[in-house]
Ligand binder design. Structure first.
Ligand code: HEM
Ligand code: HEM
Ligand SMILES: [Fe+2]
Length: 444
């Protein structure tokens, strides 16, 4: 660590891992409900559990991105963060809004609209929070000595992500219009601007971990940004198939979204190539595992499992089933979950001066969580195919079909347990690092 203010990242990473644990708890509540044991129904009904599970996911990922930005931007710009107290204020306000939102879901204070359940008054607080965050990051970047491509792509991603939150706040009386713009947030985030954030963080990690020249790594970034925009923007059409929008979306959505895996393939090839080119001398092998793992698992989860149901002929049957959950888990974990764990694994030893990556637990955390996630996704896939067949082909009643799928949730819980053991080992390791220290600062 070169700049003292980079330590602010620790607060965001800590919030991130705590929310991850909570998210998993709600995942188990829902998995048990699907097995027929909805024992908490009176306290935490399914709608509250699912909104909590998904919003905790979004917040832990965003908190991870913010931590990453606070760590990366000063180092790339060669300038201390412009204000640490303001960054801490931004942290606490984020944490408070998060807690209020989750508490609200349990008191039936929510808006419906999957992923955008946070009630409107809290949306305004989120906007204020993000404005403060962007001010701190962008001012640091512009006051800095350098504006590297890596830092610019990361900041651009963060700025666009903030702007794209706004279409979700427009009020529509029409369900179709509301749905149309909801996807500007959900789709254009995960299959658009978040990919820029991902490209930026991956580039930073690869520069540091492989020792390959910045010029080579940053050239790839342009390719990835290009591929993302060419396919991802019109790819939004894969959510407009049968929701009351014009028919041309069937064609546009099908064609452009089918090209989206290219951006993720680009990222995977990029990371693997840089690894092979590199000197393989960096001692933090675990951070490299998570970095390469992100690039590869995102291609599998987002690229392959995404394209599996992206054509209108397939999506007609699979829409909103466990096929979606199969893809959603692997894509979110592979692309953004693992990315946050990668930047944490890289930066914690540098912030604290402790080398916990040499411990066996760090290794097991990686493998168990990933093997567990592959198992979970397989269980969701089996449930999804069963659901499409029974509910949509055979015409079985919704609840009857759900009961027929219960068995797959036993498998899901088994795999999720493995996943949870892996994540727990990661988090135990995280807390063993302790707090950032002054001694960890590199002499100028
Ligand atoms: C061990 C833990 C987990 C379990 C048992 C679990 C289980 C579930 C269940 C049962 C659902 C609801 C499906 C439905 O609508 O009925 C769900 C939804 C979801 N979970 Fe998890 N989950 C876990 C961890 C995670 C993690 C780590 C992530 C992301 C990194 C994640 C991302 C999601 C997403 C994106 C959805 C919405 C899926 C959709 O759109 O259909 N979950 N989860
Ligand atoms: C990292 C990137 C990605 C993430 C995190 C992600 C996550 C998700 C999530 C959570 C959903 C459910 C959304 C909702 O119902 O509100 C979803 C839906 C969908 N995703 Fe992705 N996705 C990614 C990339 C992709 C890609 C590259 C493709 C196609 C090539 C794709 C195809 C789809 C399709 C077709 C649906 C709609 C499913 C339905 O109709 O129920 N996704 N994705
Ligand atoms: Fe999409």
């Amino acid at each position: 660590m070169k700049y003292k203010s980079q330590q602010v990242a620790w607060w965001f990473f800590t919030l991130s891992v705590i929310l991850l644990v909570l998210q998993i708890v709600y995942g188990f509540i829902m998995a048990f409900a699907h097995m027929g044991f909805d024992v908490l129904h009176d306290i935490i009904p399914f709608n509250a559990a699912t909104a909590t599970h998904k919003n905790l996911l979004v917040v832990w990922i965003l908190s991870g991105f913010m931590g990453a930005a606070y760590y990366i931007i000063p180092e790339e710009a060669e300038h201390e963060l412009i204000s640490v107290p303001l960054a801490k204020l931004q942290f606490w306000s984020l944490a408070i809004v998060g807690v209020v939102a989750v508490a609200g879901f349990h008191m039936n204070w929510w808006e419906g609209r999957k992923f955008l359940e946070i009630p409107r008054p809290l949306d305004y607080l989120v906007v204020l929070n993000v404005l403060l965050f962007l001010y701190l990051i962008l001012m640091t970047l512009f006051k800095g000595k350098k504006q590297t491509t890596t830092a610019l792509v990361l900041s651009m991603g963060l700025l666009f992500a903030a702007l794209l939150y706004l279409p979700g706040m427009i009020w529509f009386d029409s369900q179709t219009m509301d749905s149309f713009f909801r996807w500007w947030v959900v789709h254009l985030w995960v299959e658009g601007v978040w990919e820029l954030i991902m490209g930026g963080i991956l580039a930073f990690l690869l520069i540091k971990l492989t020792g390959v020249d910045r010029e080579v790594i940053e050239k790839w970034l342009y390719v990835i940004v290009g591929l993302t925009f060419i396919s991802g923007i019109l790819g939004t059409g894969h959510h407009y198939y049968y929701i009351g929008t014009p028919r041309y979306w069937l064609l546009i959505g099908g064609i452009f979204s089918a090209m989206e895996p290219l951006a993720f393939l680009g990222m995977a090839l990029f990371a693997i190539n840089m690894y092979r080119k590199g000197e393989k001398r960096h001692p933090n092998k675990i951070a490299l595992y998570w970095t390469l793992g992100t690039a590869i698992m995102s291609f599998v989860g987002a690229g392959l499992l995404g394209v599996a149901h992206t054509l209108p002929q397939v999506n007609l049957w699979t829409h909103g089933t466990f096929v979606t959950a199969m893809h959603g888990h692997m894509a979110f974990w592979g692309a953004y979950g693992m990315l946050v764990l990668a930047i944490i694994s890289y930066s914690m030893p540098l912030m604290t001066g402790r080398k916990m990556y040499t411990k066996e637990g760090a290794n097991y955390a990686f493998w168990l969580s990933n093997i567990g996630m592959v198992g979970m996704v397989t269980a969701f896939a089996a449930a999804g195919v069963t659901q499409v067949y029974l509910e949509r082909k055979v015409g079985m009643d919704f609840i009857e079909a759900q009961q027929a799928m219960a068995i797959h949730f036993y498998v899901l819980v088994g795999a999720a347990t493995l996943f949870t053991i892996g994540v727990t080992m990661f988090i135990v390791n995280y807390f063993k690092y302790g707090r950032p220290t002054e001694e960890a600062l590199e002499p100028a």
